[in-house]
Design a protein around this ligand. Sequence first.
Ligand code: NDP
Length: 607
Amino acid sequence: MADAETPRSTIDAETLQRKYDEEKRKRLREDGEKQYIDASGDYEDFEKDPFVKVPLERKAASEDIDVAVIGGGFGGLITAIKLRKAGVNSFRIIDQAGDFGGTWYYNRYPGIRCDIESLIYLPYLEELGIRPKEHYAHGAEIYAHCQTLGRHFDLYRQALFETKVTSLTWDEALSRWVIKTNRGDEIRARYVTVSQGPLAKVKLPGIPGIKRFKGKMFHSSRWDYDYTGGDTNGGLVNLGTKKVGIIGTGATAVQIIPVAADYAKELYVFQRTPTAVDVRNNRPIDPDWYESLPKGWQQERMNNFLALLSHKSQDIDLVHDQWTDYWKRIAVLAAEKKQEGSSDEDPLAIMQQIDYEKMDELRARIDDVVDDPTTAESLKPWYNYLCKRPLFSDNYLEAFNKPNVFLVDTDGVGVTEITEKGVVANGREYEIDCLIFATGFDVAAAAYKVGGYDVVGRNGLHIDDKWSHDLKTVHGTQLNGFPNFHIVGGFTQGTTAFNFMHALDIQAQHAVEIIAKCIDDKVTSMEVTPEAEDRWIATMEENHNMGIQRYFENCTPGFLNNEGDTESKPSFLGSNFGGGTVEYERIIHDWRNERVYDETTVTRLKE
Ligand code: NDP
């Protein structure tokens, strides 16, 4: 692994940038985000839950509670745990899945792992005394951790699984949210938290002919083990007689491909844009080392990682992986430039120089690993490092050396048609038995959209209508017109982090502290004022990170830059807080301690 100390190579930046621009142009499409279709209507089978074998039967609930936690993934779990710890015990967790886990419930494809270190990703490890097996945990271990949290904090008895919220309406007379579900429940909750995750809504490419295909097909997040055999560890023995196609080469596909390559008779990988894949360097967690960690180690490790990735100088790099290496290299170059007294201290220019170097190394790695030079050339990514989620794998590139694996590179065009028998790419039909869509999720969908219900606030105001006319929030978590309503995991005007768990933790803490305070103070309704929204918008504008915006605008199309369409997105209003997650946490912490009632309209219970 190259590291921050590695000497700098000479890069012809101009030629490289020309190549990046050319590759980007190839991929820009008029239909932008509209090229994708929802897994609804004719396509709803793609979102059907394959893991619930016997549907749950229960009576409809009718109850008054303090808090409805919508979503049982990590966002909802952390929120519920914090409520429990704060002594707020009257809550329900509602999720359409059959168990806790959210993205880890649905995504059980073979080879699944998290590429954020387990020690900072898995919440409450230290408190529960749990040692993950490896530095980068397997999906099954993460899913099991969700269940452990559910059991440890006694959350199961308050969970309503296999339950889809159908409407969420503020009742002014009751000062409560009325939550209706597909099981006939009516739950009247004083407060609501919504965290349905960015990876919940399946996305399919709008390729003509999907419905014509006569073979087996499914989305990666609804893996059909009845068809393939095996489980998340592999053993896909039924594929031994099958020709398998996979569309996509993103974070998911990179994990599936090596496992599918071990079992499929033939595996066809349909690639539109290659991804940058670094070494993973996974290893077991040494029990003795783990035992020696000082009290408070987990929060310290999370903070250290977040700080390094937020360009905040740190004396030590606790996680010390490919993520921190990239940011440390930027810090080292910035320090060098400063020492040289160079006038060229534009942070973006410094980042760009490191980026060219990093991507050059990753392209060189492909030549080292992949035997066939034409395949190696086709696997090379030509864009900046963060334009797509950086990936880590020690067996992805290696899979292309197998005789049963065929890379079908479409040079930016993608699959153009699906027929009864297979997939058309580069004008040729590839006959296959099974087609896997590793085509991702509608990441831009707002939390309430993902659940497929509308949120109706004060005076019948629909959240959609508010946001289509007036995209405003306070901290990306609360909205005027929507009392007692908290988004946990909101990044529009909120925050996100590469360790998403950290961002969830920060926003869950915020929601729970406010809710607990309101309950203590007998507050029945708390609503941020329009003035508070305007102040947050002004703060967003002041902190708007033009550099990062330009970085993403220059990227190859993808969900991180609205598929390259930089015109139709509402400027900084649609992005997250540009001052970074560390500063965001400080701001919301101070707000809830000092200004929570100043910037809200508050109604209290009459004594
Ligand atoms: P992505 O959106 O990242 O990838 C979708 C893939 O489908 C891309 O390669 C895309 O190509 C391709 N595609 C779309 N349409 C076509 C077409 N018509 N023809 C050919 N290819 C097509 O989805 P993923 O599920 O891979 O990842 C989503 C997110 O999930 C990640 O960004 C990450 O946040 C998370 N994740 C994290 C993991 C981890 O921690 N290890 C693992 C898995 C997912 P193109 O690039 O050209 O658009």
